[in-house]
Write a protein that binds this ligand. Structure first.
Ligand code: NDP
Length: 455
């Protein structure tokens, strides 16, 4: 059973959930579109007699991205059919602990009973409820990827993954883009890395309003949006006009319509996410919850998929294997990408104490940045290790081109318990940015400058 309630702006989409339709997939493709713009700027340094500045056509890009998404929707439908899975495009709600009911598009009542029920309804972007005009005039990531026309001058509110990634590609398209943060960027991530990510964005055109919160949004006669906000650092009220205001202030779990209280599935009192144990079971023995809807789980597609597969194997195979949520790799696809796996420096310090960890780090220059004179001041790697003989790696953080590809490979080693000694014995592939990880030798403790100078 699967159903998409249109966004307050009326945007709706097909089968495949957030990642496919309004998340990872369109985000990565739009990020790629912005990276190509960078490549165009570099091209003349590499001998291409191309103009350094070429206009970006939003409508053309959006159509191509949206067509790809539609092909994925179709692919998912075919896969379900191939596996004899019945697909019901219905918004379901529990009637009792073995029965879910809803109406199809034609208004016909559909009732499904099952021995086991899995809740995997994810979440939807949140609108602030204390800002006048927020819902009326603002959009969210549910809408951005399906816009037919360019959003123009955009204010993105929030400072996490969704906000920075979207602001990054909008800036890359040449749009006047501002991020409004009320506190720190990328809360929960290694804060030194988060600061480098935003400082690169800031020096490459994204504007940042720090320690600010929106007061109200209003529409002007020319349809542009007037935003008034409180600048808490300056203790004053400020205002500006934008074409688009996008809220990226977190997500709300989709538990509201499920009638969970009726069947006794317990929710976390604050997050309203479903409480689960290590085997993904809710407070009702045969009802399970996986993915973003489950309390305490990372909001990441691959963890949800793997949790689902393992649950199916435990229920219907011989397996007893539980999902392991340690060392989950991830990447923030900002203009300069940030990939990481394992603990942040702050988390490692909290767990093992400052004296219990060794931090290796280096600023490096990707070879491809040299000829084009691209700024590499924020290209940085940090490896957090246990301070013992072989120095088990606790966390790896990488800012630079293709961070996702780099971290994906090292994540295997770290999952297998790799140590700093083993990393030092691993040969680099020359010339790559990833080899800089194998070459790390400067500890933070040494106080030596962390800039790599040799090739
Ligand atoms: P998050 O919940 O991670 O962050 C919300 C952001 O909005 C924070 O910066 C928060 O600030 C800010 N905020 C909240 N309320 C307000 C407000 N009223 N006014 C101003 N700012 C506000 O949300 P996201 O939607 O970015 O991400 C959701 C999840 O999706 C993430 O946990 C992530 O795991 C996943 N994701 C993964 C991606 C990937 O793998 N590349 C990409 C995108 C999302 P403060 O810190 O002050 O609370």
């Amino acid at each position: 059973m699967d159903f998409v309630v249109p966004s307050p702006r009326g945007t709706k989409w097909g089968l495949g959930g957030t990642c496919v339709n309004v998340g990872c997939i369109p985000k990565k493709l739009m990020h790629q579109s912005a990276l190509l713009g960078n490549a165009l700027q570099d091209a003349h340094h590499y001998g291409w007699e191309a103009p350094a500045s070429v206009p970006h056509n939003w409508a053309h890009m959006a159509e191509a991205v949206q067509n790809h998404i539609k092909s994925l929707n179709w692919g998912h439908r075919v896969q379900l059919q191939d596996r004899n899975v019945k697909y019901l495009n219905v918004q379901g709600s529990f009637v009792n602990d073995h029965t879910v009911q809803g109406r199809d598009n034609a208004g016909k009542e559909i009732t499904v009973t099952a021995n086991h029920i899995v809740i995997a309804t994810g979440g939807r972007p949140r609108y602030p409820d204390d800002v006048e005009g927020a819902k009326e005039y603002g959009i969210t990531s549910d809408d951005l990827f399906w816009l037919k026309e360019s959003p123009g001058k955009t204010l993105v509110v929030g400072a996490s993954y969704v906000s920075l990634e979207c602001a990054g590609f909008l800036t890359g398209f040449g749009l006047d883009t501002t991020v409004m943060m009320r506190s720190v960027p990328l809360r929960g991530f290694d804060q030194q890395m988060a600061q480098l990510v935003t400082s690169y964005m800031e020096s490459h055109g994204t504007k940042f309003l720090k320690h600010c919160t929106v007061k109200n949004v209003g529409k002007l006669k020319d349809n542009r949006l007037q935003v008034t906000w409180n600048n808490h650092a300056e203790g004053m009220e400020e205002t500006n006009v934008f074409d688009t205001v996008m809220w990226a202030v977190g997500r709300v779990p989709e538990t509201r319509c499920l009638n969970l209280e009726k069947v006794g599935v317990k929710l976390h009192p604050e997050s309203q996410k479903v409480l689960v144990n290590s085997s993904d079971t809710t407070s009702v023995a045969h009802i399970y919850a996986i993915g973003d809807i489950a309390e305490g789980r990372p909001e990441l597609t691959p963890t949800a998929i793997m949790a689902g597969k393992l649950l199916a194997r435990r229920l219907f195979g011989q397996s007893t294997e539980l999902m392991d949520y340690e060392n989950v790799p991830t990447t923030v696809f900002t203009p300069l990408e940030y990939g990481c796996v394992g603990l942040s420096e702050e988390q490692a310090e909290k767990r093992y104490g400052e004296e219990g960890i060794e931090v290796y780090h280096a600023y490096y220059k990707p070879l491809e940045f040299t000829v084009s004179g691209r700024d590499s001041s924020q290209c940085y790697i940090k490896m957090v290790c246990l301070r013992e003989r072989d120095q088990k790696i606790l966390g790896l953080h990488f800012i630079g081109p293709n961070a996702g590809e780099v971290i994906q490979g090292f994540a295997l080693g770290i999952k297998c318990g790799a140590t700093y000694s083993q990393m030092k014995k691993t040969l680099g592939i020359h010339p790559t940015s990833a080899e800089e990880v194998n070459k790390l030798w400067i500890t933070k403790r040494s106080g030596l400058p962390a800039t790599v100078t040799s090739c």
